[in-house]
Design a binder for this molecule. Structure first.
Ligand code: 3PG
Length: 217
């Protein structure tokens, strides 16, 4: 991975996770917000951006970031099917995040060369993802599915797996998760509050990103 003005080349899932302590989970309904939002996050030191496929504008937002913000790496979140993965790759997404795991999504991402962070919440799901070669996983929904205690329990049987807990992460609890040996980063929506995006308060988002980067001592 070349790091300078931009992140070039193909990434591994672990590189996606290790770039910053937090992967922002972004919901955008207006494509006009995509580029300034991405620039604001990059200015705060956060480059791996998960744009969720939850709005009609999502793919256009990924496309705009990929085209206009080379310092950022646009990824797609909420990837639930092979078709989602294909659409995301076509739009320029350089990684994918899924809320759960299916072999079909794993296979599609492998065929596309799209690094995937598969979502898991149980041991069986971890084993399914591992069977397909995935060892850098999203733990979702982290707080609801067992939080810190669950991650600690997984350190025994799944000591070779790394996690990005997502769901219920906050600036107050993120450091406790990041302190675990099997946690590389966390995911969260708090870096991109809907009101700040709507108001175009990019300075606030840059500040939130800066604070997130400082979470890792
Ligand atoms: C999501 O899917 O929306 C993410 O898990 C974000 O969750 P959060 O809003 O609790 O950070």
């Amino acid at each position: 991975m070349a790091v300078g003005n931009g992140v070039t080349g193909k990434l591994t899932p672990l590189q996606v996770m290790a770039d910053a302590p937090v992967i922002p989970v972004i919901v955008l309904s207006d494509v006009a917000h995509a580029v300034p939002l991405a620039r604001a996050l990059v200015a705060g030191g956060v480059r791996m951006l998960e744009v969720t496929l939850r709005t009609p504008a999502a793919l256009a937002c990924i496309e705009a970031i990929a085209r206009e913000v080379p310092e950022a790496v646009a990824g797609a979140g909420t990837v639930r099917s092979a078709a989602d993965a294909q659409a995301a790759a076509k739009a320029g997404a350089r990684f994918a995040v899924s809320p759960g795991y299916t072999h079909a999504v794993g296979k599609a991402c492998r065929e596309l060369g799209l690094p995937l962070l598969p979502g898991v919440a149980t041991g069986s799901e971890i084993m399914m993802a591992q069977e397909d070669g995935y060892t850098a996983l999203k733990f979702f929904p982290a707080m609801q599915a067992g939080g810190l205690a669950m991650l600690k329990a997984w350190q025994g049987p799944f000591g070779d797996v790394k996690f990005c807990p997502t769901g219920g992460m906050t600036p107050a609890n993120a450091a406790d998760f990041l302190a675990l040996a099997n946690v590389v980063c966390v995911g969260g929506s708090w870096l991109t509050p809907a009101d700040a995006v709507a108001q175009g308060d990019w300075a606030r988002i840059t500040q939130l990103a800066r604070e997130a980067v400082a979470l890792r001592a």
